[in-house]
Each structure stands twice: as structure tokens, then as C-alpha cells.
Design a binder for this molecule. Structure first.
Ligand SMILES: *Cc1c(COP(=O)(O)O)cnc(C)c1O
Length: 380
């Protein structure tokens, strides 16, 4: 069994993808080619924002957004403690200090009350300037934008939505990657919409930021890349990746997202009562980047993971360590009391195989195995 079955997806989409790649090779417009422009238009339309700028990966997308806002030394950037490293790495690379905020157990996403507490603490200390809140739509479930938007408005902070795992999610009719002042996503192969290498994108309705980001992503270009008006980076999406993404986007919107949601529903119906299953808030739609269950304690979680592995079932721990305990961040932190829910989750979470091409029989096999292993884990 595959954790996310990209081989099966390729078999199904193969003719379209090979034709798309062939066209790019024949035209030899490998950098900033036609498919890039078309993809950006399609992505902006799908998400419902004015501008989409593609780039080399989801980490660069975060960095470019922060660069457009001139974030750097002396700035505080609020980041969930339970996420992939890149969310905190991007502000730290620019010299800002990431302040790690606790999460809700229900959705694994940034907790608005902990955010308020962290902002108040930084204001009281008076050393750093609170500037940006980076929300993460973890595992495909959009963060609580109703609550978090109120807080960013109250404290006059910018909101950056890290939608690397969130593409395809929604709150009512509004799509993920449209909730931030700037929003970003990643096309890393295992994300909800993945390409065949690295890729990323930035979304915004703001004309000035969009122009700045287009410049920053191509060596700070002015009228062209040999006219350099600011210090930027080199971060572009390859035309081949854009062509692959166009072929995959169509399948993603027309049926894959729905198939993945059906797989999640099936898991939930089979696992309810046995383990803590992930929930989706009312009016929210998840793109299910991960299907993550919560076990009783670390012993049960680790026992289940090795029991599954013995039956050839892959699983993963996202994430085993709070961000603020990562060695790279220890230097930076004025760690307060630690984030309790985050630590609780790190010891108990386990993500199961998910995606549009996991069969219903596979889900049944996984759930049967979970039942069997849990009944065998003895407590001494
Ligand atoms: C994957 C991921 C990123 C980084 O994306 P890359 O394309 O791998 O650079 C950033 N944030 C989150 C939450 C992610 O899951």
C-alpha cells in the first residue's frame, strides 16, 4: 500500500501529462513559458483572487510574501507551533523572530486565544514589533479565519495564509488560499495538488504586492531581468511543471478532491469510537492533505505505527516535535510555558494513507488492522 498513491494517479493521467510535457519540450520554452501564464490564470480563477504568481516551492512562496512586506530584524511573526518547519523558517531566515502559538486539538490549527495571548506578551515585553500572523491550513482544514481575522484587524497585523496543505479546502463558498492578505501554496508531489518536482504559488488581491513579488522572484527585476531595481531571489516554476499542473488541476477539481473526501468519510465511519478521528468544522471543507488520528498516549501511538508497518501499511507522524523544540529555533526562543495542546498532539498523532486513489478495500484493511493492533497493545 502507498501512503499517497502517486503512481496510480500517473497511470490514469499519463496520456494528458505526457502530451503536456511533450509540447513544452517541442517549443523549448522551459522558463516562464506559455503554460506558466495559463496556469496562473487558472489558479487565480479557481481560488477567486486577482493575482497568482507561481514560484519554485512553497517555502520560497512564504519568503517572497514576507519580503514584499519588508519583514526583517526586530519583527515578530506569529506561527503555529504544530506545523512543518518551513512556516517558521521563512521569517527566521529574513531575521524576524517566529513566535510559536498553541493550536486547537479539534482541527490542529492555530488557536485564536493563544494567538491573542502571544501578541499581548510580545507587546508588553516591548522588544519586538508584532507584524504578521502566519496561519496554516494544516492537513487540508482551513484555519479559523473568522476568529483570526478579527485579531489581526484589532492589532493591525498582516495575515499570511500558509496554504501549502490547504489548496482545495474552503469555508462556505470561499476557497483556501484566498483568506490571507497574501496566501501561499506548495505543489510538492505529496500535497493535495502536487507537481512532479518542486513548485509553489502566491495569491493576493493587492496589485502593489503582486508587482513586488513578481519582481522579487526574478532577481528584483524592473522592466526585465537585466534591469535590477531591488535585491531579490531566483524562484520560478518550470514550464514543464506548470504543464503537468494544468493537466492535474482539471482532475483535481472535477473528481479527485471529492474522491479524497469520500475516503476520509469512510475512515471516519469505520474508526469512530475506536480512536479520536479528525473533525471538520461546520461550513468548512477539507482537502485532506492528511488523515490524522489521535491515540491515547505515545505508547499506543508508537505501538500502532509498528503494528501497521508489520502488515505493510505505511503511516507517518506529522508532527513529532513542537516547532519551538526544534534545535534550529532554540536559540531564538524566549520560550514561555510551552504549548500544551501542541505537545499533547506531538505524542499522540498518526497520519494514515489517504488520497483519491486509495481504494475502499485499502481503507477497510487499514481499519481492520488498527482494530486488531489496538486490542493487542497491552498495558503493563
Ligand atoms: C510543505 C509545506 C511547506 C513548504 O513547501 P515546499 O514546497 O516543500 O517548500 C510550507 N508549509 C507547510 C505547512 C507545508 O506543509
Amino acid at each position: 500500500m502507498e501512503f499517497r498513491d502517486l503512481k496510480k494517479q500517473y497511470k490514469i493521467l499519463q496520456p494528458k501529462i505526457e502530451e503536456a510535457v511533450k509540447q513544452v519540450c517541442e517549443k523549448a520554452d522551459f522558463i516562464s513559458g506559455q503554460a506558466v501564464k495559463e496556469l496562473e490564470r487558472e489558479l487565480a480563477e479557481y481560488v477567486g483572487v486577482k493575482h497568482c504568481i507561481t514560484c519554485a516551492n512553497g517555502t520560497d512562496a512564504l519568503q517572497l510574501a514576507l519580503m514584499a512586506w519588508n519583514i526583517g530584524p526586530g519583527d515578530a511573526v506569529f506561527v503555529p507551533d504544530f506545523t512543518f518547519f518551513a512556516t517558521g523558517e521563512a521569517p527566521a531566515l529574513l531575521g524576524a523572530v517566529p513566535i510559536f502559538v498553541d493550536v486547537e486539538e479539534e482541527t490542529f490549527n492555530m488557536d485564536s486565544e493563544s494567538l491573542r495571548g502571544a501578541i499581548e506578551r510580545i507587546r508588553k515585553e516591548g522588544i519586538l514589533r508584532p507584524k504578521v500572523v502566519i496561519t496554516v491550513d494544516l492537513f487540508g482544514h482551513p484555519a479559523d479565519y473568522n476568529r483570526i481575522r478579527k485579531i489581526t484587524e484589532e492589532y493591525d497585523l498582516l495575515l499570511l495564509e500558509d496554504g501549502a496543505q490547504g489548496f482545495g479546502g474552503a469555508i462556505k463558498e470561499r476557497k483556501a488560499c484566498s483568506f490571507g492578505d497574501i496566501s501561499t501554496t506548495s505543489f510538492f508531489p505529496a500535497k493535495p495538488l502536487g507537481c512532479y518536482g518542486d513548485g509553489g504559488a502566491i495569491f493576493t488581491d493587492n496589485n502593489e504586492w503582486a508587482m513586488l513579488i513578481r519582481s522579487l522572484a526574478v532577481h528584483g527585476k524592473g522592466t526585465d531581468k537585466y534591469d535590477n531595481v531591488r535585491i531579490g531571489i531566483n524562484s520560478r516554476l518550470d514550464t514543464i511543471q506548470a504543464a503537468i499542473l494544468r493537466a492535474k488541476l482539471e482532475a483535481f477539481c472535477t473528481y479527485e478532491l471529492e474522491m479524497t473526501n469520500n475516503i476520509a468519510l469512510l475512515y471516519t465511519s469505520l474508526l469512530k469510537g475506536l480512536v479520536k478521528v479528525p473533525s471538520v468544522k461546520t461550513d468548512y471543507y477539507s482537502s485532506w492533505a492528511q488523515y490524522t488520528i489521535i491515540l491515547k498516549d505515545e505508547k499506543q501511538r508508537d505501538g500502532l505505527q509498528s503494528g501497521l508497518a508489520q502488515e505493510g501499511i505505511p503511516s507517518a507522524i506529522y508532527y513529532g516535535k513542537p516547532m519551538q523544540e526544534q534545535k534550529a529555533f532554540i536559540r531564538e526562543q524566549n520560550v514561555s510555558s510551552g504549548n500544551k495542546t501542541c505537545q499533547h498532539l506531538c505524542n499522540r498523532v498518526l497520519s494514515l494513507p489517504i488520497g483519491p486513489y486509495i481504494g475502499e478495500e485499502d481503507v477497510e484493511t487499514v481499519c481492520k488492522c488498527i482494530k486488531k493492533v489496538l486490542s493487542e497493545i497491552t498495558y503493563m
